[in-house]
Ligand binder design. Structure first.
Ligand SMILES: NC(=O)c1ccc[n+]([C@@H]2O[C@H](COP(=O)([O-])OP(=O)(O)OC[C@H]3O[C@@H](n4cnc5c(N)ncnc54)[C@H](OP(=O)(O)O)[C@@H]3O)[C@@H](O)[C@H]2O)c1
Length: 307
């Protein structure tokens, strides 16, 4: 099968298209899927650059890609939820940039009707991340307020939609055309962070969800009410600032499984959540796709399409 792999950490130039044997079902609970679309996520780039070497080392040669969508072509003897021909979403740890990927059935779910394969490949990490931040770690409740940093980004856009659907008051930061997108996703207020200082206008929120990190994250402590919570999916927030502002602050590593996606999928089926695909590339263009994501200013997900 065709796959994109690399043998060394480095720039996108290390990505090469190769012919490798397709994976085979080895355990009873595995599902083999012919990939039609694979998402390009920031983590794929962080791993490729070697930034995750200590916490997530990979074995070379390595095929990136943690989420995909396609057709089931084989199932292990213990698989009960899927059959050959089903259209599914796959949440794999790797190997998604390829014509075939296999996964444990607990990390496979049926593709919701009406979604293209590109849209289906775009929602797993976003919904799982939003669920983990807003509801598992953040315990967000109806009537509470949440500030979402990067509300027009891939993860942030899912957070805006899911927080709104839960009855929260949603404030998002975005820039340029992302302002309109965050509004269309249901944000009650959107602040263009390039034109206005967010902390001048946002005060006393219950929860801050940060998808940008760095300096932009540190400022957001000022937007919380005492006793509030700042959660980041990018870098661990400063405990010193948390103490100073009398708030809780932590990093969230998302739990992404068929189970954590359930609530978001229900919203999608009810028309309260929409996938946002920013741009599609061919499998052979994986390096361009990763560079496009690295350049930033993207609203939605970058997807590789596989014929
Ligand atoms: N911990 C986890 O489990 C987990 C899960 C998923 C993702 N992540 C991480 O979360 C980050 C975001 O992922 P993503 O897929 O959502 O990426 P993305 O689509 O590129 O979104 C990033 C967002 O951050 C915004 N942003 C960048 N700089 C900013 C600043 N200075 N102030 C305010 N907003 C700013 C961008 O807005 P502009 O449009 O203005 O550039 C964009 O909307 C990545 O680092 C990714 O690795 C972590």
């Amino acid at each position: 099968m065709k796959a994109i792999q690399y043998r060394d950490y480095g720039s996108s130039a290390v990505l090469e298209q190769v012919e490798v044997p397709a994976p085979l079902i080895q355990n009873g609970n595995e599902v083999l899927v012919q990939v039609k679309a694979a998402a390009v996520n920031p983590i794929d780039i962080k791993i490729r650059m070697g930034f995750m070497k200590t916490i997530r080392p990979v074995e070379m040669p390595f095929i990136p890609g943690g989420e995909a969508a396609g057709l089931v072509t084989a199932v292990g003897k213990d698989v009960t939820k899927f059959k050959v021909g089903d259209e599914v979403i796959v949440l794999a740890k790797a190997n998604g940039y390829a014509e075939y990927v296999k996964a444990d059935e607990n990390f496979v779910l049926l593709k919701p009707e009406g979604l293209s394969f590109a849209e289906a490949a775009s929602i797993g990490v976003n919904i799982g991340t939003a669920q983990s931040v807003l509801f598992i770690a953040g315990k967000l409740k109806k009537g509470q307020s949440v500030l979402i940093q990067g509300g027009a980004g891939a993860a942030g856009g899912a957070m805006v939609q899911m927080a709104k659907a839960a009855g929260a008051y949603v404030i998002a930061t975005a820039s340029g055309k992302g302002v309109e997108l965050a509004q269309s996703l249901g944000a009650d207020e959107v602040i263009d962070y390039k034109l206005q200082e967010v902390t001048e206008v946002v005060k006393d929120v219950d929860l801050v969800a940060d998808t940008a990190g760095g300096e932009a994250q540190a400022k957001l402590f000022q937007a919380l009410k005492p006793g509030g919570t700042l959660l980041s999916i990018v870098v661990p927030p400063s405990q010193e600032l948390a103490g100073q502002y009398q708030v809780k602050a932590s990093f969230v590593a998302s739990t992404i499984s068929a189970q954590t996606l359930a609530q978001g999928i229900e919203l999608l089926k009810a028309g309260k959540f929409r996938p946002i695909v920013s741009k599609t590339f061919k499998l052979a263009e994986a390096a361009d796709a990763q560079d496009f994501l690295t350049a930033g200013g993207i609203n939605g997900k970058v997807i590789l399409l596989i014929d």
